[in-house]
Design a protein around this ligand. Structure first.
Ligand SMILES: *[C@@H]1O[C@H](CO)[C@@H](O)[C@H](O)[C@H]1NC(C)=O
Ligand SMILES: *[C@@H]1O[C@H](CO)[C@@H](O)[C@H](O)[C@H]1NC(C)=O
Ligand SMILES: *[C@@H]1O[C@H](CO)[C@@H](O)[C@H](O)[C@H]1NC(C)=O
Ligand SMILES: *[C@@H]1O[C@H](CO)[C@@H](O)[C@H](O)[C@H]1NC(C)=O
Ligand SMILES: *[C@@H]1O[C@H](CO)[C@@H](O)[C@H](O)[C@H]1NC(C)=O
Ligand SMILES: *[C@@H]1O[C@H](CO)[C@@H](O)[C@H](O)[C@H]1NC(C)=O
Ligand SMILES: *[C@@H]1O[C@H](CO)[C@@H](O)[C@H](O)[C@H]1NC(C)=O
Ligand SMILES: [Zn+2]
Ligand SMILES: [Zn+2]
Length: 599
C-alpha cells in the first residue's frame, strides 16, 4: 500500500490550484530557505505559514496514492521532496546531530499535517537512522536523485548514471521445447497478504486517524462510531488472528489433492510507525507455524513481503554490516523457518541468506524460482545507497533460467511486488528483458502486494502485438482495505505447468460480521474461464479477452467488480467507463510504451 510514500512527501492539491507558484526551482529555494529559518529561529514567518497553508496535506488525502496525483500536483510533491531533502542534507553536512534533525523533521511532518504526531514520530524514529547512514556514507547523493528514485515521474525524473545498469542475459535464441499439454492437472493454492494484526480489537475503532485502525488503544480517537467487525473490517484494518486461522482451515477442508501452496508474502500488519524486530519475528513465526500445522505434508513455497522487514520496505545490501541497520536477521529467520518446516532443501539456504531468494525443483522438469522483489520497491531507501542489481538477484535469475532452459524445465516465478511502476525502473526493465528471453519456459508468475484480484500480461519485445507471459495476482487474505478476503486455486497442467483455470474463493465480510458467532461462509466467487467466457487461458485467448475488455463495457465492469472482490465498500464509489479502463490498462506490461496508448 502507498500510505508510506504519502506520509513522507505528499502534500496538497491546493498547490495545483494556486497560481502563486510559477517556477519549481524558485519554489524549492523559497521553501528550503523558510525551513532553514524556521529550524534556526523556531519561529514561523508569514511566508512560511503561507507556504505551509498551500503545501499542507489535507487529512482526507492521507491515504490517496501519490500515483493518482498528476500534473501540477505531482510537480508540487516533487518540490516538497526536494526542498526537504536539500535542506536537511545541508544541515547534516554542516554537522547537525541526528537527534536535532529528527525533532525538526517530526515537527515539520506534524506541522504539515502529513500524519499525527505519534505516527510522524514513530516513522522518523524508525527510518531516520538508515536515511542518515546513507546520506553520511554517500556524500554525493543529491535530493534530486533521492526524489527521482522515490517518484520516478515526469516531474521528478531520475537523472543519475549510477542508477542505470543492466544484467548479462544470454542472447538466445530461446531453445525450442515441447510444451504440449498433458491430460492431467494439478492443484496449486495461492495465499497472499495475510497482514495479521496482533493488536486487532473486534468492536474497537475502525475509523482512526492513523495508517491502520481497529487496533487496541485507538478508542479515544473514535469520533464517528465506526466499530471494527469481528472477522475484519472494510476500513483500514488488518486481520485478527481468528480470521488467519479460518482461511487456512477453509483451504485445507475444502480442496483435495493440493500439490503445492504458494505463499506470496506480507504477514506483518500495517502498523508501520511502530514495528519492531520482536513484533515482526513473533507474527512471522506464529503465522508460518499455523501454515505448517494446517498443511502438514503439503509442500509450501513461501516468499517474503515488504511488510516483513523492519522498518517496513527496507532491504539492505550485503555490504552494510551493522546488525541494527541490515536485513540479516530476517534472512536468517526465514532460512531457518522455511528449511526447518521441511518446505525447502538445505541447498536453498545460501541464496536466502544472500538476499531472501531461492530456487528448487519439486519435480523433474519443473522449477520454482522464488524472488525477493521487495528490493526493487521504490520506497526501499537502500536503493539510493546501492542501486545496481540489489543482492545480485537479477543476474542470478538470468543465470538460473539459462540453466533451467538447458535442463528442459518449466518454471514458475513467485514475486511479492509485481513488475509494475512501483518497481525501480532499471530493475523492472531488466526483469522484463529476462522474462521476454525465457518466456517459453516461464509458464506462470505469481504476485501479491496490491491486494486486488488482477493480472499482468507481458507483451513480447520484438513483436509488441503478442503476449508471451502472464503474472497472476493472488489478491489478499486480509480485507485491507475495502476488500473481501480471498485466496486462489490454480488448476495447472501437470506437464508444462501452464495455468488452465483459476478459482477465486472469498467471503462477504459484511455478512460474516453480521453473523460473527459463525465462521465466514466461503464460496467460489468465480472461475476465470466461466466468468469471462473464454475457452482456455492460452496467450491468444487472453489477448482476445483483453481486446474484448476494451470494447465490451459489461465485461469491463465485471472485471472491475472482481478487481475489488465484489466489496460494496469499494464498489459504491463512482467509476465510469473511463475510470474502469484505468484498471484494464494496469494489465498491460511491456518494455515499450504500450500502456501509454491505453486509456
Ligand atoms: C498560498 O495561498 C494564499 C491564500 O491562501 C495565496 O494568497 C498565495 O498566493 C498562495 N501561494 C503562495 C506561493 O504562497
Ligand atoms: C557517487 O558515488 C558513488 C560511489 O560511492 C559512485 O559510484 C557514483 O558514480 C557517484 N555519483 C556521481 C554522480 O558522482
Ligand atoms: C475499546 O473498545 C472495546 C470494545 O468496545 C472495549 O472492549 C475496550 O475496553 C475499549 N478500550 C478502551 C481503552 O476504552
Ligand atoms: C486426487 O488425485 C488422485 C490421483 O491423482 C485421484 O485418483 C483422485 O480422484 C483425486 N481426488 C480428488 C478428490 O480430486
Ligand atoms: C517460534 O515459536 C515457537 C513456539 O511456537 C518457538 O519454540 C520458537 O523458538 C520460535 N522461533 C523463533 C525464531 O522465534
Ligand atoms: C506478430 O505477431 C502477430 C500475431 O501473432 C503476427 O500476425 C505477426 O506477423 C507478427 N509480426 C512479426 C513482425 O513477427
Ligand atoms: C454482502 O452482504 C451484504 C449484507 O447481506 C449484502 O448487502 C451485499 O449485497 C453482499 N455482497 C455480495 C457481493 O454478495
Ligand atoms: Zn500487503
Ligand atoms: Zn506488500
Amino acid at each position: 500500500m502507498q500510505f508510506y510514500k504519502v506520509l513522507f512527501f505528499a502534500l496538497l492539491l491546493k498547490v495545483a490550484n494556486s497560481n502563486g507558484i510559477v517556477n519549481e526551482d524558485e519554489m524549492i529555494l523559497r521553501f528550503s530557505s523558510e525551513i532553514n529559518n524556521w529550524v534556526k529561529t523556531g519561529e514561523e514567518s508569514e511566508e512560511f505559514q503561507r507556504l505551509l497553508d498551500n503545501l499542507t496535506l489535507l487529512s482526507s488525502l492521507h491515504r490517496v496514492d501519490w500515483h493518482s496525483y498528476t500534473g501540477e500536483t505531482s510537480n508540487a510533491i516533487c518540490t516538497v521532496c526536494r526542498s526537504v531533502f536539500d535542506t536537511f542534507i545541508e544541515f547534516r553536512k554542516k554537522g547537525m546531530s541526528a537527534n536535532d534533525i529528527k525533532s525538526n523533521v517530526i515537527k515539520l511532518c506534524t506541522r504539515m499535517n502529513i500524519a499525527t504526531e505519534r505516527v510522524c514520530d514513530g516513522v522518523m524514529t524508525l527510518n531516520l537512522p538508515i536515511i542518515l547512514y546513507i546520506v553520511d556514507t554517500k556524500p554525493n547523493l543529491t535530493a534530486s536523485t533521492i526524489c527521482g528514485v522515490v517518484f520516478e515521474s515526469e516531474s521528478c525524473p531520475l537523472i543519475d548514471d549510477e542508477f542505470d545498469w543492466t544484467v548479462n542475459i544470454d542472447s538466445g535464441p530461446p531453445k525450442l521445447i515441447d510444451a504440449d499439454d498433458s491430460e492431467e492437472i494439478i492443484n496449486i493454492i495461492q495465499i497472499t497478504d495475510i497482514h495479521y494484526d496482533p493488536n486487532y480489537e473486534p468492536y474497537g475503532n475502525a475509523n482512526c486517524d492513523e495508517p491502520t485502525c481497529c487496533r487496541r488503544g485507538q478508542n479515544d480517537t473514535n469520533t464517528n462510531n465506526k466499530v471494527a467487525g469481528y472477522w475484519g473490517d472494510y476500513n483500514y484494518c488488518d486481520s485478527p488472528w481468528h480470521a488467519v486461522v479460518d482461511v487456512l482451515e477453509q483451504i485445507r477442508a475444502t480442496h483435495q489433492n493440493i500439490s503445492y501452496v504458494y505463499f506470496t508474502g506480507d504477514i506483518v500488519d500495517h502498523g508501520v510507525w511502530e514495528t519492531s524486530f520482536k513484533g515482526n519475528i513473533e507474527s512471522i513465526n506464529k503465522t508460518y507455524s499455523q501454515i505448517y500445522e494446517t498443511f502438514r505434508n503439503i509442500p509450501v513455497y513461501p516468499i517474503m513481503g515488504n511488510h516483513e522487514a523492519h522498518p517496513v520496505n527496507l532491504f539492505a545490501p550485503k555490504t552494510v554490516t551493522s546488525n541494527e541497520l541490515n536485513t540479516q536477521w530476517l534472512y536468517n529467520l526465514m532460512a531457518d523457518l522455511w528449511i526447518n518446516f521441511g518446505w525447502l532443501p538445505e541447498s536453498t539456504r545460501h541464496t536466502i541468506l544472500q538476499g531472501g531468494y531461492y530456487t528448487l525443483s519439486p519435480k523433474k522438469g519443473f522449477r520454482i524460482i522464488a524472488l525477493n522483489s521487495n528490493v526493487c520497491y521504490s520506497t526501499n531507501w537502500w536503493l539510493w545507497y546501492q542501486p545496481k542489481d540489489p543482492v545480485g538477484q537479477l543476474q542470478w535469475l538470468a543465470d538460473t533460467l539459462l540453466q533451467a532452459e538447458k535442463d528442459g524445465e518449466f518454471v514458475h516465478i513467485l514475486a511479492h511486488i509485481p513488475s509494475n511502476n512501483e518497481c525501480h525502473a532499471p530493475w523492472k526493465r531488466e526483469y522484463l528483458k529476462i522474462v521476454d528471453r525465457y518466456a517459453r519456459i516461464i509458464t506462470a508468475q505469481f504476485n501479491g502486494h496490491t491486494h486486488n484480484d488482477e493480472l499482468l500480461l507481458f507483451f513480447s519485445n520484438d513483436n509488441s502485438t503478442t503476449i508471451n507471459n502472464v503474472a497472476w495476482n493472488g489478491g489478499s487474505a486480509t480485507a485491507f482495505s475495502n476488500l473481501n478476503p480471498n485466496y486462489k486455486l490454480y488448476i495447472a497442467d501437470s506437464k508444462n505447468y501452464a495455468v488452465k483455470d483459476i478459482e477465486t474463493w472469498m467471503y462477504n465480510l459484511t455478512l460474516a460480521n453480521e453473523n460473527a458467532a459463525q465462521r465466514p461462509l466461503w464460496y467460489k466467487s468465480y472461475s476465470f474461464k466461466e466468468e469471462y467466457d473464454i475457452p482456455d487461458l492460452s496467450y491468444d485467448s487472453l489477448h482476445n479477452w483483453l481486446s474484448r475488455l476494451a470494447r465490451d463495457d459489461d465485461l469491463l465492469s465485471r472485471y472491475y467488480r472482481n478487481f475489488f472482490k465484489r466489496a460494496e465498500a469499494s464498489l459504491k464509489k463512482e467509476c465510469d467507463t473511463k475510470c474502469m479502463r484505468a484498471y484494464m490498462c494496469r494489465i498491460i506490461t511491456s518494455l515499450g510504451d504500450h500502456r501509454t496508448h491505453c486509456s
